[in-house]
Every structure is written in structure tokens, then in C-alpha cells.
Ligand binder design. Structure first.
Ligand SMILES: [Zn+2]
Length: 518
């Protein structure tokens, strides 16, 4: 089959659903924020957008955590799932749907999806003995262990034997190779694609997909002594939320126009099992999977069991929400691993938001106030900056379309830099009022309008403040790139507000250095 992954007129984006035993940390925020920014970008681009996130609530670890607290698993999941909802709200992350795998709609979809695979002859009963990590809720082969321990947790694995239903993954080897062969960008970046493909080529084994030893899961519809292994129900969330087995019109409208954003630790589940499960159930695989790296802290992955986890809500309160959003989107390109440091965050804020963008806004509004009675003039049609913009906008759009917000923001900030350079060269604060002064200020106001539009997906609140300060009234959210991302549309004759600094410096050399920021 051939997949039209280039067609983004309808753009559904998903994050992994997060395990409820975790507390939301910056690593979760990193992926979810990218999904939020991409959703906002595609809305500006005029696409129909659906953004899904949620929580994964089954499995042994949830059952154990609830037991320890003398709660039922659902009581525990209600509390812990809410922490993720609260975090996303505090970070201005606005999913269209937040799915919980304990919801009735999900039980219904899982039953129908796996019953379809069973009816199609791709599930059978067998006996299983394997090396199992409780932390991962996954079996490992001997060769995958590191020094005999779980490669993710570094903890001991247990020998577990049970009678399970097996998914005949081995039957999908050829079909998966064909899928990868015909759709070279199906998994990005290519390093992750190659990793998944070589795993497929090494030979696929059938996998156990049910448990009798656990009660906390979705019951197997044809044999209620079993529940589905947590990973099998979790993956199906992506189709539950689009109406699988419940609303076929909605499902067929959206599926498979879906882009999954995932972390590199779950490549095998998403890039091997999931497409095979879709084919076995008789539906197309999703259109696109983008694999991001880990946000490391001092070289180590953030996790619940380590002390290096950082609460993104606390951090946003400390440094400012848009400072955190901008840093996470700009400093670590989506794909490779990145290092999260407080110093890096402060440096990025001061260099880009304070010295570049904030400075442009402050200079322009001050000179308009002093020399033009606070009324912003129109840009010049033949402005030298028009040529720069016409070139930069192409790069910005390409970057966002290619799941690269960091490159999109970098290109956008070139425009701000060029506008500041124009001001420094012409020194409008020394000029007499007149056509030349008005042209220069109009150009700078036009850059602020365009920049506010282009950074809206990353830092929506600050973008809207800039938009309003230069006298524009409508919500940026309702603008469309094809109509608005064109040089020369700042209408002029608008009141420009000289407000307080939008991004005061946070670093050591700032005036606030006495108030310790750490
Ligand atoms: Zn493990």
C-alpha cells in the first residue's frame, strides 16, 4: 500500500499516553509541547487538526501502587491522571481530547479491535516462559539484557511462565518490510527507521498479548480468564479516540491521517507491533511516526525512580511559561537527544527573547511614542526586509511541516535580528519626523506583526501581547498563514502601546541579578 503522508490537510497528532504512576516531568512536557505547537501551527496553516494525549492506566505497576495505598486501581488512576491534565493546562497545552484507557469507550474499542484480529486468525493460545521486567512490563530475550539486567531499568528480570494468547507477529514480516520499502519517510528520523527495519529483518517472533496473572486490564472478550497485556490495550488508544468501533464516519474521516510522536524507547511497540496489529485488524497503519530523543539531565534520562525529574509547572512559574516553552522547542531539535540545563534555558531567554525580540518591541514602541504620537506607520512596499522575509518564510513553513519547530523558530528569529540591525544602522531615535522615519518604523512594525504570527504556535501568550501592542485586535489564533504571512499587511494608523518589558533579562548581568533565580 502507498501512504500519502505528505497530505497534511487533515492533521491528527498524538503523544504517547503517559503511565499514570509517573508524575509529569519535563520529559513528558517536551513531547506534549511539541504536539501542541505542531497542532497550533497546522491550524494557522488552515489544516483541520486533532491533537490527542492521555494516560495509560492498566498493568501490574498500577495495581501494585494502588494496593500500597489501600486504594482500588481506578481510585489511584483518577488521582494520578488528573496530575497530567493539570500540568497541561498550566503549560497552555490544549489537546482536543484527553483519553484515559480506563474509559468505557476504550474498553469497547479494545474488545472490537482485538476480536477482529482474533477473528482474522492472527491470535492463538500458547504457553510462554520468558524473562520479564516488571518495571517495563515487557519480556526480554537473553541478548537484549545488559549484564543480565533490564536494559532500561538496570534491575533484575524474572523468569515468568504462563498460558497466554499470542499475536502472530511473524506473519507480518513481509508486509512490514513492504510498508517500510514503499514509504521511506514512514518513520523519521532515518536512524530510527533503520533501527526498526533491521529489527524486522532480523526475524519476528509471535508475542504474548494476554495475562492471567494480572486482573487490572481490559478483559479478553473470548476468554475472560485473561486480560490484555497493558501495551496491547495502550496502543489501541489512538483509534479509540477517533471513534473506532463506535463512529465509523468519524474514524474513516481521520484514520490513517495520523502522526504519532513517540520517544525512542518505544520504537518497537509503535514501529513494529502497532502497524502489524492494524493490518491484522484490517485497517491501514497510521501515516507517520516521528521518534524524538530523550531530554537528558546531566547525561541521564529523566524518570520517576531518579531524582533528576523536573516539574515543568514549577519551572514555568519560576522562569515564565513562554520562556520554558520557547526553550524546549528551540534548544533541543526534535529527534536527537538533548541536554536540559537551567543555564541553557536562561541563556536562550536572554539571547533570543530578551535581547532580540523584546528589544525590538521596546525600541519600536518607544520611538513611535516619541516621534509619531504613538501611532504606528505603514511598512514600505519596497522595504529591503521584504526580500529577507520572502526567503525566510519558505524555510519557516518547511521546518514546521517537517516536524522541526526548532529550525522554524531559528529562521523566524533571523528576521528579528535583521530588523534590529536595520534600526541600529538608521538610528530612527535620532531622526527627524518624516517619510523616511515612518518607513523604517513601519517596516519594524511589520516584522513584529509577522513574527507574532510565526511564533504563536510556540509562545502563544507573548505573541498575542505583541500583536495587541502594535494595535492589532483580532486573535492570532483566527489568522491563516496564506492570508496573513505576506509582507506589507500591517495597515498603519494604529495605536502602538509602550508597555513594560515583555521579557526582562534573567541572567547574571541583568538588573534583577540581586534576586536569585535559582
Ligand atoms: Zn525494565
Amino acid at each position: 500500500m502507498s501512504i500519502a503522508y505528505e497530505d497534511v490537510k487533515r492533521f491528527a497528532v498524538t503523544t504517547p499516553i503517559y503511565y499514570v504512576n509517573d508524575a509529569p516531568h519535563v520529559g513528558h512536557a517536551y513531547c506534549t509541547l511539541h504536539a501542541d505547537a505542531l497542532a497550533r501551527w497546522h491550524r494557522l496553516a488552515g489544516d483541520e487538526v486533532f491533537f490527542l494525549t492521555g494516560t495509560d492506566e492498566h498493568g501490574l505497576k498500577v495495581q501494585q501502587a494502588a494496593d500500597e495505598k489501600s486504594m482500588t486501581p481506578i481510585e489511584w488512576a483518577d488521582i494520578t491522571s488528573q496530575r497530567f491534565k493539570d500540568a497541561w493546562e498550566a503549560l497552555e497545552i490544549k489537546p482536543d481530547d484527553f483519553i484515559r484507557t480506563t474509559e468505557p469507550r476504550h474498553y469497547q474499542a479494545v474488545s472490537k479491535f482485538l476480536q477482529a484480529i482474533y477473528d482474522n486468525g492472527f491470535i492463538e493460545l500458547g504457553s510462554w516462559e520468558g524473562l520479564y521486567c516488571v518495571g517495563c512490563e515487557a519480556y526480554y530475550t537473553e541478548s537484549e539484557l545488559s549484564d543480565g539486567n533490564c536494559p532500561v531499568h538496570g534491575t533484575k528480570v524474572e523468569v515468568v511462565q504462563e498460558e497466554n494468547y499470542f499475536f502472530k507477529l511473524s506473519k507480518f514480516q513481509d508486509k512490514l518490510e513492504k510498508l517500510y520499502g514503499e514509504n521511506p519517510n514512514w518513520v523519521e528520523p532515518s536512524t530510527r527507521r533503520n533501527e526498526a527495519l533491521s529489527f524486522i529483518k532480523s526475524g519476528l517472533q509471535d508475542i504474548s498479548i494476554t495475562r492471567t496473572s494480572i486482573k487490572w486490564g481490559v478483559p479478553v472478550p473470548w476468554d475472560t480468564n485473561h486480560v490484555f497485556y497493558v501495551w496491547y490495550d495502550a496502543l489501541i488508544n489512538y483509534v479509540t479516540a477517533l471513534g473506532y468501533g463506535n463512529d465509523s464516519e468519524r474514524f474513516n474521516t481521520w484514520w490513517p491521517s495520523v502522526h504519532h510522536l513517540i520517544g525512542k524507547e518505544i520504537v518497537r511497540f509503535h514501529c513494529v507491533w502497532w502497524p502489524a496489529m492494524c493490518m491484522a485488524a484490517g485497517i491501514d497503519p497510521p501515516n507517520h511516526i516521528f521518534v524524538h530523543g530523550w531530554l537528558l539531565v546531566k547525561g541521564e534520562k529523566m524518570s520517576k525512580s531518579k531524582l533528576n525529574k523536573i516539574d515543568p509547572v514549577v519551572l514555568a512559574e519560576e522562569v515564565g511559561l513562554d520562556t520554558l516553552r520557547y526553550h524546549l522547542l528551540r534548544d533541543t531539535p526534535f529527534g536527537p537527544d538533548g541536554d536540559f540545563t537551567y543555564e541553557g534555558l536562561i541563556r536562550r531567554h536572554d539571547a533570543d527573547l530578551s535581547n532580540n525580540l523584546g528589544n525590538l518591541l521596546a525600541r519600536v514602541s518607544t520611538v513611535v511614542s516619541n516621534k509619531c504620537a504613538g501611532i504606528g506607520p505603514k511598512p514600505r512596499e519596497n522595504s529591503p526586509l521584504k526580500k529577507n522575509f520572502d526567503e525566510i518564510i519558505g524555510r519557516v513553513r518547511d521546518a514546521w511541516e517537517n516536524t522541526a519547530p526548532s529550525a522554524g523558530l531559528e529562521a523566524t528569529f533571523e528576521l528579528i535580528y535583521l530588523a534590529n540591525a536595520m534600526l541600529e544602522q538608521n538610528e530612527p531615535w535620532k531622526m527627524e519626523p518624516g517619510v523616511e522615519l515612518e518607513g523604517i518604523l513601519g517596516d519594524a512594525l511589520e516584522v513584529l506583526r509577522l513574527v507574532a504570527l510565526l511564533i504563536f504556535p510556540a509562545i502563544p501568550k507573548s505573541a498575542q501581547v505583541i500583536w495587541n501592542r502594535i494595535g492589532l485586535e483580532a486573535e492570532i489564533e483566527s489568522a491563516r498563514l496564506d492570508d496573513a504571512a505576506i509582507w506589507g499587511l500591517y495597515p498603519g494608523s494604529l495605536p502602538v502601546t509602550k508597555g513594560s518589558p515583555l521579557f526582562p533579562r534573567l541572567g547574571k548581568n541583568s538588573k534583577n541579578s540581586g534576586e536569585s533565580k535559582k
